[in-house]
Design a protein around this ligand. Structure first.
Ligand code: B1M
Length: 213
């Protein structure tokens, strides 16, 4: 079983996108928990990719093919995570802030939120403050989720919160932030309602902030 997880990890790290579907399916056929495939296989692989990039062993193109391979793997698991949203527990707007193109973590959080019965509107990546505020006004979500993976884009989260407050919308929407460089102290400092450490934590936090069990 752990051999399949190891194979998933090395296929993602090597960016062998043609091989990922077969091995993820093999993992599911072997009754490996989809959560383990995600956490110990796909996410663990991206950690290795990040370290290799940080140490100069690989460059952006390699990081891109690894990311595409990870996404392909996630797509296979997605149907197992997404539940019935016919009676949504609440509406959540999600997006990655301005200047930031990282969306794998955000997409994973979205899958888990949908699996937990929320309706999620994905605003995508590289979102301007104005766009987020416009969508909050238009969609009137219960919760706004902002993701950032770069230390340089974290301040965009605060800009969004300030603008939402200035526009008189702050009391109508809860705000959750997350992403690798973000932590609970930062969330508190910028006036967010909470910080989601990972996708599972984000689901628990969303339930708490919206006030459901
Ligand atoms: Co980039 N990148 N990247 N990258 N990238 C990082 C983030 C980096 C740490 C790598 C490194 O140096 N070791 C580094 C940031 C350093 C820093 O800011 N201090 C970095 C850099 C520098 C860059 C570029 C600047 C590189 C360059 O061009 N020179 C560039 C920036 C582009 C831009 O955004 N403007 C860049 C580009 C890219 C790619 C496009 C090649 C690709 C992204 C592809 C994509 O997303 N579509 C990429 C990747 C893949 C990574 C790493 C390797 C992996 C990120 C990832 O997908 N992780 C990353 C290194 C790393 O994180 N180890 C790195 C897996 C994912 C499941 O985890 O996103 O953390 P994560 O999400 C988690 C939690 O954080 C949380 O839940 C998720 C699930 O558990 N979470 C939330 C996330 N959002 C949440 C929101 C919530 C709640 C929880 O509520 C709203």
């Amino acid at each position: 079983m752990s051999e399949i997880i190891e194979q998933i990890k090395s296929i993602v790290v090597a960016g062998k996108h043609k091989e990922i579907e077969k091995i993820v399916k093999a993992g599911l056929d072997a009754n490996i928990d989809p959560g383990a495939i995600i956490n110990d296989g796909l996410i663990a692989a991206m950690d290795i990719v990040g370290k290799k990039f940080g140490s100069g062993e690989i460059y952006v193109p390699e990081m891109l093919v690894a990311a595409a391979t990870m996404k392909k793997g996630l797509e296979i698991i997605k149907p197992l995570l997404t539940g019935d949203a016919s009676q949504p527990k609440g509406t959540i707007l999600m997006g990655t802030v301005k200047g930031d193109l990282h969306d794998i973590g955000k997409n994973l959080v979205i899958m888990m939120l949908e699996g937990a019965g929320f309706k999620v509107v994905d605003l995508g990546v590289d979102l301007s403050v104005d766009k987020v505020v416009e969508k909050v006004r238009e969609i009137k979500p219960d919760l706004l989720g902002l993701s950032a993976l770069l230390t340089t884009t974290m301040p965009e989260m605060q800009k969004v919160i300030v603008m939402i407050r200035e526009q008189g919308l702050r009391d109508s929407v809860k705000i959750m932030v997350g992403g690798a460089p973000v932590d609970s102290r930062f969330a508190e400092k910028i006036g967010a309602d909470g910080y989601g450490k990972d996708a599972a934590d984000a689901v628990q936090l969303a339930k708490k902030l919206i006030g459901i069990n």
